[in-house]
Design a protein around this ligand. Structure first.
Ligand code: GLA
Length: 387
């Protein structure tokens, strides 16, 4: 569904729920990460692009100092007071919005009551940063209502904090940063330490990005994500560096006997993934797509073996992809996002999209007994005000 159509649908829902047209409408995209996984909270490099899948919020002020939210996707409603202090609450998705409002209040912004309808074409819990998109859309809405824009990086940081405090996941900055700062037709090579992003052009018509959804919902708040992060921080302390971004493979090997085997492997993933990410950005710029594909496969192997965040379903997708040669148009494939389910991303020759999609669907159905949803996306721009 196009963003225009979504906007129309959200406006209709708003009118149905609240009896008049919305005054404001905003959108924020999800993202797919091409490479650079679990590197962001290690001050490393990531290479995501925003996708043409969005959270849209239609809203208007109300007069009762309450926020009333209706989700088109889930059909449920949240209602909470803005005073004295915003707390976590139900439904679960409302926490991303609560968290962002709390962040604005902490900055001293006065937030009045409002009604809103939330619509989405992003699968929830699908590894495409639906929660970040909801946070960023909320922040864009609050900026619009207040008539005062935040610095974009601060806005991404505020949204990341909302995810930490209200979503319960100690995530890095990649998802929120991408949803705020993405540029159409470009992936972003983001240095998560300096927070400087270099746009990497992705307009070669011969190349398509396929997003492959296993429909396996991941739940990051169950502790695996936080455990990985803690393991990385532990490794950095042993290696006496600020973050694993600063470690080398040589130093890691020299310190091997001081590290638990699991922690050693976690660190090895991060160090090698940072290298792969920088190499992939160079390869894209040079149009060396087969090289990018090889790096994606290597990234997946490292996430599966060293970082242990893949799962049977994602491994099946990548193995099926591997069975299709680069000559036949499948250039590379890997899990994307935090892992434990969600989506894979693949790089394919545009003319082979149809045939590859069919192959992946059939083989997966045969092996796993479930169906995949596959779609392609061009790199989208970041959050914007629609009305
Ligand atoms: C989630 C987090 C990101 C990042 C990825 C893994 O999407 O929100 O910050 O850590 O996992 O690369």
């Amino acid at each position: 569904m196009s963003l225009d159509l979504m906007a129309e649908r959200s406006a209709e829902w708003f009118a149905k729920c609240f009896g008049h047209p919305p005054r404001w409408m905003v959108a924020a995209p999800g993202r797919v990460n091409l490479i650079g996984e679990h590197t962001d909270y290690n001050d490393g490099f990531v290479l995501p692009m925003a996708i043409e899948r969005y959270m849209v919020i239609a809203a208007d002020r109300n007069t009762n100092k309450h926020v009333t939210l209706h989700s088109v996707t889930t059909g449920d409603t949240a209602n909470f007071s803005l005073r004295p202090k915003i707390e976590r609450g139900d439904p679960v998705w409302s926490n991303y919005i609560r968290g962002v409002i709390a962040g604005f209040q902490e900055r001293g912004e006065r937030i009045g009551g409002f009604n809103a309808v939330i619509d989405s074409t992003l699968p929830y819990g699908g590894g495409l940063a639906s929660s970040a998109a909801l946070e960023v859309a909320t922040a864009t809405l609050l900026e619009t209502i207040g008539g005062h824009a935040l610095d974009p990086v601060e806005k991404a940081l505020l949204c990341q904090q909302a995810e930490h405090d209200f979503g319960g996941v100690p995530c890095g900055l990649m998802d929120q940063f991408t949803s705020v700062l993405a540029q159409g037709n470009h992936a972003l090579l983001l240095d998560c330490r300096s927070r400087v992003a270099t746009p990497v052009r992705m307009t070669d018509p011969r190349i398509s990005i396929l997003i492959i959804n296993t429909h396996l919902r991941h739940k990051l708040s169950d502790g695996e994500y936080a455990r990985r992060r803690a393991e990385c921080e532990h490794a950095a302390r042993v290696l006496k560096v600020d973050a694993l971004r600063d470690a080398t493979l040589g130093a890691l090997k020299r310190a091997q006997r001081m590290l638990e085997p699991t922690v050693f492997r976690r660190a090895r993933h991060v160090i090698t993934e940072n290298e792969r990410t920088l190499q992939a950005a160079d390869a894209i710029q040079a149009g060396k797509w087969e090289r990018v594909g090889d790096l994606m496969y290597a990234s997946h192997a490292s996430l599966r073996n060293d970082y242990e965040v893949s799962c049977r379903e994602l491994d099946a997708v990548v193995e099926i992809a591997r069975g299709i040669s680069q000559e036949d148009g499948m250039l590379g494939c890997r899990m994307t996002g935090a892992g434990f389910g969600g989506c894979a991303v693949s790089l394919v020759n545009s003319e082979a999209v149809r045939h590859i999609t069919r192959k992946l669907e059939d083989a997966y159905e045969q092996q796993i007994g479930n169906s995949l949803t596959i779609f392609s996306s061009r790199p989208a721009a970041g959050t914007r005000v629609l009305r």
